[in-house]
Design a binder for this molecule. Structure first.
Ligand code: 6MZ
Length: 343
């Protein structure tokens, strides 16, 4: 497991012993975790030892992760991934990484987190060692080693992809689901300002029609336009990721359709899309009793854990939101209710 640091660690450390026990006993769901953003550092180091770059392949430096990443803005975040991708470019390495990520949430060492269910998401890549289908099969082979009610996979499309690739990934997700593999939904992620949302929505709506749940990263930055947001909401996604900068119309739509929102507190603070917990949009939704799911996003760069994110709810301001135990329990229950596997 990664050591946690930063806001979540400070919140956890501020709790009284019985509050820490309360957090650890609470059954939780992790619904927004990117595979390549959640690989424990010791696993990456192990993969780096076996990595022998050939001519033209990148060398890999993991020191930024060991020291904790410093981001000036969210767009810097996406530059972290090529190093990780170099290490997860074969089916064997990807399986090792997937196992380590799942163990981090639901393995023996993670019992004190009491994560009852993890819906992992990943963007299938082609490398010289595997096709996108082989990528997903490698991940699914690990996901399916866990009991059915504990794990599931969301297949992600990246906003930067061209239409032929988006179409291929949607087709693959539908094919794998129909073949009985543990694919329960899709995600739209990646650089928040890239891509043609209308093209992306056309294909994601097709996935929804085929019986997959669909979650979309929406309004993650202040530069996302209202048009971009409304286009993403138009096909009524099953859940929303972040939804930080929704205007009044978008908020009304989300409230009316009771679309659960995946909330990643540390991620938003470190990517500087939210300046303090006091200003966080979760408060808007809690006031309205709207379903939210507390999630980690990327445990490696953000040095957080699911228990750490829950500590941010319970800790007193300014380290946390100062919610009561009853309120935190209700949030955890809503999170479990928002899984796609059982909707
Ligand atoms: C948008 C994000 C993200 O898919 O290779 N990703 N996309 N916003 C975020 N919030 C900070 N965090 C991660 O996992 C890594 C990929 O997930 C997306 C990025 O596209 C990143 O390359 P996978 O397993």
């Amino acid at each position: 497991m990664n050591d946690i640091a930063g806001p979540a660690a400070a919140a956890l450390a501020s709790l009284k012993r019985y509050e820490r026990v309360f957090i650890s006993l609470l059954p939780k769901a992790e619904l927004h975790a990117h595979l390549n953003g959640c690989i424990p550092l010791d696993c990456l180091r192990e993969l780096a030892r076996d990595y022998a770059p050939e001519a033209g392949e990148p060398t890999v430096d993991l020191t930024a992760f060991a020291d904790g990443v410093k981001l000036d803005e969210i767009h810097d975040f996406f530059k972290l991934f090529p190093a990780i991708y170099a290490l997860t470019a074969t089916p064997a390495a990807l399986r090792v990484a997937t196992r380590a990520v799942l163990d981090q949430f639901i393995g023996d060492d993670a019992r004190q987190q009491n994560c009852a269910y993890v819906e992992l998401r990943t963007t299938p890549r082609t490398t010289k060692h595997m096709t996108r289908k082989e990528y997903l099969e490698a991940v699914l082979d690990e996901v399916e080693l866990s009991p059915k009610d504990r794990t599931a996979l969301l297949v992600a499309v990246d906003r930067r992809m061209e239409e032929s690739v988006v179409a291929e990934i949607v087709d693959l997700a539908i094919e794998l689901k129909n073949a009985g593999r543990r694919v329960v939904g899709m995600d739209l992620c990646g650089e928040p300002l890239a891509g043609d949302v209308h093209m992306l929505v056309k294909h994601l709506a097709r996935a929804k029609k085929a019986g997959l749940g669909v979650t979309v990263h929406v309004a993650e930055t202040s530069a996302n336009t209202a048009e971009d947001t409304m286009a993403l909401l138009s096909f009524e996604p099953t859940r929303l990721g972040h939804a930080t900068f929704l205007n009044d119309d978008a908020r009304a739509f989300v409230e009316e359709h009771r679309i659960p929102i995946e909330i990643c507190l540390t991620s938003n603070l470190l990517c500087k899309t939210v300046s303090t917990l006091e200003d966080h949009h979760i408060k808007h939704w809690l006031l309205r009793d709207h379903p939210v799911a507390i999630c980690t996003d990327d445990t490696l760069p953000f040095r957080t854990s699911l228990a750490g994110e829950y500590a941010l709810l319970l800790a007193k301001p300014p380290l946390g939101l100062g919610l009561s135990e009853d309120e935190v329990s209700a949030i955890a229950e809503r999170g479990l209710g928002a899984r796609m596997g059982q909707m």
